[in-house]
Design a protein around this ligand. Sequence first.
Ligand code: SER
Ligand code: ZN
Length: 717
Amino acid sequence: MPGFFVKDKNTMEKRTFKAQKRTDYKAPLFTASHIDLTFELDDEKTLVKSVVKYKRLTDDLKAPLVLDGEDLVLNSVKVDGLACKYKVNKDKLEIANVPNEFVVEIENTINPTANTSLMGLYRSNGAFCTQCEPQGFRRITYFLDRSDVLATYRVTIYGPTYGCGVLLSNGNLIEQGTQKGREYAIWEDPFPKPSYLFALVAGTFDIVEDTFKTKSGRNVELKLYVDRGATCRGQFAMQCIKESMRWDEDRFNLEYDLDNFKVVAVDFFNFGAMENKSLNVFNSVYVMVDPDTATDTAFYNVQSVIGHEYFHNYTGDRVTLRDWFQLSLKESLTVFRDQEFSSDCANRALTRLHAINVIRSSQFAEDASPMAHPVRPEQVMEMNNFYTVTIYDKGAEIIRMIHTLIGEEKFKKALSYYLEKYDGQAVTIEDFLVCMEEKGEIDLTQFRRWYTQAGTPNVDAKWHYDKENSKLVLKLSQHTNPTPDQSEKLPFFMPIRISFLDNEGHEVRPKELSFKDYIILNEEEQEYTFTLSENVLPVLLCDFSAPVKLNAPYTTANLQHMMSFSADPFIKVDSAVNMQKQYVHENIKNLKNGAAVTDPIELISSYRQLLSSVDEKTDLILLNETMKIQSVASLMETFDLIEIDQLSAVRTMLVNKIACALEKEFTNLYSKIRASSANYSVDNMGRRFTMLFSNLLTIFAALITLVSIILGSLPVC
Ligand code: SER
Ligand code: ZN
């Protein structure tokens, strides 16, 4: 999960920002196979010793070994045990005349307290912590700090002389004890990994402990490190860890691969959360929930972020990135996986609606801004700026489209194939797509434009009924506005999920769609015909099957029909939202023309129908989302020129009118719905959401009645 990245002022000033291009990628000239690290932790002068086995990959025998390093005080360098000549030049250490296979020993010191960049090893709140993605390891020691150099790690940590209790790194604990008055621990990670997945944490923590039995019967020790005295706030996160492990086995056949899994929660972590191999580090916000005070949303978020970091163990750690231009490879796939986890284990409608909202509010805005960039960027000045909703969330929508196109079974097959084929390797988005093509039996040539073209496609829809041939004729067209990096856009390849509703609200399926529920739009303009009887309504972009802006000529009556009868949560909610928007637009016009504000008759009758059909099977979360009155901010997005006073007045009238008309229904609903306890559960969450809105609208209606009585008229309803 990305967080807020605060760049250290000193580092900013020293760095020269030079654009790097994706196509400039060069394979490393050397690689490292094993790294042995020793830390003698000290607040201001931590000693780091590294012993690394390097191997030449290039045929150029004269090529020197060039290592990355930033803000390091270098003490000594040896090659194969002997002092050697080296050059330190800006952020590089260059060693010439090295053989084909050799060992480099480096000793350097770093100052964790002065490290305010929060990249590399830093000290905060009395604890030592690392963040190495994307390029923080170079602030620990000189190394080939790039994601395509994978090595096994052995890490020895000597605690600070004042002692701190917990000394952690990746992998398995080999040994721990006290030596010369200092605590120490030795960790070994058998899985080769790039340096960005290295982690070290040292400090004083309480531990929530548990175990997990994998499907093949191995016991995994689970430890969650939290602030002293905070273990009760970590219980839910521990449950989520176990749930994530079980879900990944059940859904994708992925079993955890080490004997322990550790999560550390700290208040000062500014990268959101980080998937370091077997030692995830989180900002406490995404771990700690107090059962007495936390909101349902806080619980829901913890489950999702714990899942996200855990799922990186395969999609990111076991198969990693060749270079940072491929960031979306691990992030989009992992976001897709965490969304599916929340869908299966919490609520599918809520998870999908939340994801769609991120795309339509934040990602579309990014696409329309000077920051617009493709999911696989071509050029980067500073990698830290690319932890964006485009890379993460639009990327996840692209993975979802592949899933739609090839279906669950082929997707699972293709994912297993990809993870097995590239296990222990650093790969590209292209490698992933080829696996999807092979096992998904699909040609994704044109589909690849989703990775290369920034911008949000606009899709326009029109339809008419051809009586003579009993066909519904649908015309779709697409165009994407230029973005600062690209003036011309070629058509995208996208699945448009479609269904049809007859007059009674029943779904009908034309023979043209007997095997699938989507059509493909891949040209600028396309026509589709469906054998249907007259008066059947096409319902387009079900489940928001592509990240596009749809412009379809739905009337208020059409929207009302879809809201009442579509089985698709997105269509239901979006139709309600569009009805609200239409109402607001019409009535702003009325106000301007001096006419009276109308009653939202269609909305009221649809809401009445929804409210009166609530029973124990109703998804209350979906009901809440459908009935929510859009915020002023969200309504504002639909205007080019915003008349803010009128917008706010019309919105208030809308709330008043709905509250007055449906007061009885809201009161009844409120008395029926009670959360069974204060505990978090999806069922309770839905009940609480519903109680809140029905109660609010009941109070609103009562207030309006009171005001009307006092004023002797009904000014607002
Ligand atoms: N890689 C991290 C994540 O999980 C970055 O915050 O998204
Ligand atoms: Zn991630």
